[in-house]
Design a protein around this ligand. Sequence first.
Ligand code: FEO
Ligand code: CA
Ligand code: CA
Length: 665
Amino acid sequence: MTKYKSLSERREEQEDNAIERPASPSLNTLWERRIARRSLLKGAAGLGLMAGAGTGLTGLAGCDQKPDAPNFTFNFPEIAHGVDTTHHVATDHSADVLIRWGDALKPGLPAFDPHALDAQSQLGRFGYNNDYIGFVPLPYGSGASNHGLLCVNHEYTNDELMFPGLPSGDDNVAAALSEAQVKTCMAAHGNSIVEVQRDGKGNWSVVTDSPFNRRISTLETPIRLSGPAAGHPRLATSADPEARTVTGTLNNCAGGITPWGTYLTCEENINYYFDGEANSASEAENYQRMGIPAEHPYPWHRYVPRFDIGQEPNEPNRFGWVVEIDPLDPAQMPVKRTALGRFKHEGCENTPTNDGRLALYMGDDQRFEYAYKFVTADKFDTKNREANRTLLDHGTLYVARFEEDGSGRWLPLIHGQNGLDATNGFLSQADVLIEARRASDILGATPLDRTEDVQPNPLTRKVYFSLTNNSRRTKANLNGPDPRPANIWGQIMELTPGLDDHGSDHFTWDLLVLCGNPKNPATGASWNKNITENGWFACPDNLAADAKGRLWVATDQGEDWARTTGTADGIWGLETQGPGRGTGHMLFRVPVGAEMCGPCFTPDGTTFFVAVQHPASDGTEEFSGFERKSTFEDPATRWPDFKPDMPPRPSVLAIRRKDGGAVGG
Ligand code: FEO
Ligand code: CA
Ligand code: CA
């Protein structure tokens, strides 16, 4: 029996570990060249971490300078850093709970009772740990901002906060979980499609009897495999010898909405779910590169044999993909788009190329992993949705390589080219996609500080990368986009496509901010010199862009929040242009133990949907006055209901400006 750890601890640990990989000559050579180049730049610029991009960090200044200018384009009273049992929003905005874990998605269900929860009941209700939020206006193409479909990921479950009566102590929780509880957890994973509407007073509500409302779950939803790896023997199992249909999707983190109104949901830390004795020598390197089996996995394999790699060695190859769901067609079978590669997908946001194709930007969130882009072979058509049905099956997957001079290239992951051939064990494009990480090693991609969301900014045409943190980065392996050792604060990188075209395989890059407390020189933080008292943050994660070209940053400090900033996660607006570039402004913060997720604007910018994930979970041992791990019976907060018989519930909120204007001003 493996030692049980809390779900958040497991997640932190998985993301904290870097997967060891063979030191290919190309990789070593690249490192040496980069380090040498950095030394040169450091001498020239006098400040190593600002040297990365020549033009880099323009407008940023030393962190001890006092603010001497107003807050530029933001127009709301900033809230203050802090941590307590509830959420906070700027005083001229409201933040209303729209839907919570367990809320009904169809009519006639009894009120949510966590004591009576089972898998069947959970399948008709909003799932756990909402992360990504997408909004598809209704009707399609209308651009409506008062009516639409919310597309929400349910990334994982906090078992210890979901079920009453579990024994105390993390070691005992996994051992105590029953088959019924494990299947309830499987039903709480996946996605929800939820019709929502705003009334004349501006208040949002769920349309409970909507025909669009839908749960996609790990427990039972059939998902079609498509693209170059579909039908490949490495994806075949005893239940699906043709390798065409997978049951469910796992650990869906961030995502995206396509121009034709489909929802892309990304499978991230899939290794948590697999255990057992590996008996497939041919998959050993693949397992190792993805961390399978996980050191502290969920106990699902005890009751569901497909999660035992000894019994189903290929089941892990059926997860780690981007899934396309049509929220406008409740009968549609979701599709795993294998052309976009298999790794620990964080998000998948898109923007058009100059010739009308689609570029999709993606991160692989683990220390020293990579950033990717997929460019479709064909143009998309927003007028004829059917024309896009196989668009994501054909195109080129690229991985990013960053140079010290501020340039970079997208390297194509194409079978038969640049060593991606039989000499390295790649017999087909399917092999390249199944092992996209190992293929990227061979091409000499740049290992980054955990790429979370990657967000194109339609107004500025730049792309923003949340590099959330990397405590394992050392002085020996610094590089331009990752300039700080023991980086627990993260940074935001800005990419400018070559020739102002997202179809280009060239780009330049810059660092927008180096996160952390600017008053603490030990952080090495770098912000606009006019950063305000509460305008800084750490550990950027999910991103959104607004109509003014500003970025909105949701943070996730994980278990270490008390040591990273000492305050809760939240959402900050961040200026990307003009004299305010690199200035943050704090709009919202979460209750203790939660992570900030979402966020998503309606087309008119007057509603900002945000997701509060795992309240009462992370780092409650360091929450003053509580100082212990939360359990179902004894949580650090009972947000958002604050009823004595209701546990904390992950929830989606609608933030609005009280005067009806655009959120953030
Ligand atoms: Fe699920 Fe990388 O956050
Ligand atoms: Ca994330
Ligand atoms: Ca995003």
